[in-house]
Design a binder for this molecule. Sequence first.
Ligand code: MTE
Ligand code: MO
Length: 359
Amino acid sequence: MSNLVERKARLIVHGETPYNAETPLVRLRAAYRTPADDFYVRSHGDLPAIAEDGFRLTVNSAVTTVLELSLHDLRSNFPHVVVTATMQCAGNRRADMRAIAPVSGDPWDGGAIGTADWTGVRLADVLREAGIHESADLHAAFESHDTVEGHPYGASIPLAKALAQETLLAFAMNGAPLLPEHGFPLRAVVPGYAGVRSPKWLKRITVQDHPSDNPIQANDYRLYAPDVTAETADPAKGHTINTMPLNAVICEPMRGAELKAGTNRIRGYAISGDRAVVRVDVSGDGGRSWAQALLEHDANAPFAWTFWTIDLNLPAGEHELAVRAWDEAGQTQSADPDDTWNYKGYLCTAWHRVRVCVA
Ligand SMILES: Nc1nc2c(c(=O)[nH]1)N[C@H]1C(S)=C(S)[C@@H](COP(=O)(O)O)O[C@H]1N2
Ligand SMILES: [Mo]
């Protein structure tokens, strides 16, 4: 097994503490299921080292502790399920928004995303075992072992999503125990939602009548209008980012690549949080004309990305490649990052554009 130092060397590291690193795009496109060693890491605080032995997950109702589960209890008392799902940071592609005007946060390119087979138990099974009250206006609030600016990391999801069959408490990724930086020994996996709602290093789950009041939930990961600045932002007026929007990225060739005139293979991914991607258009001339890419999608994985491929005939010269996806509701992406710019740099979904030089 690799160690963290070896894994870091495979990624583009944006920060050491907290540790944040993304997958180079060419490597990302190499496998539909991203190897754990290549999977992006987004952390807000320390990387806690948790021993499996003493580990307990506490499940609380609003008033009392109802369940204390060891990893062994979780593994033996509930059916195991495997869900192939994409995890994506709400800040994926922030670098493209930063090109318009300054934004806060790490300048992620398109590699703050990855897809894995997550093995675990259904969160619904655990919550039902705890005898929770099932009501539409409740929330499942998570608390983790890592510390972020003096508080434990915490986030919540609406109870309906917590009870959805795709939502897991996962102990394995691609068939192996979670790596420490991905949440060992137990994390939530909330497919289709921004990664922030899939807490790693889980400690406690509370079913309550309001969203988590943890700063991560209450203040961060909110979408603001373009005229809102760091000085004027009021979290109450921001929109909580849950389901991820339609997006598409060119993984190959890389920005600035030098290509030979003639047929060139262009490859990438497309993704939507809760709708199927039905079409991907690729342009070799900055969006003046488009051709349809070939799609590759695991039919058993509604919450996983779509890979796409196209062979474009490119004459000599400078070209701007562009990609845009379409979803089953007939929605597509905006042409420019100006359209959705926000000072936090979240949800950058403009056409991904890659300039290349063809000789
Ligand atoms: N406990 C904890 N869980 C967390 C985070 C964190 O910092 N602490 N980061 C979240 C964010 S913003 C993302 S995008 C995903 C990233 O998961 P990964 O590092 O396994 O790729 O984890 C989420 N879960
Ligand atoms: Mo994230």
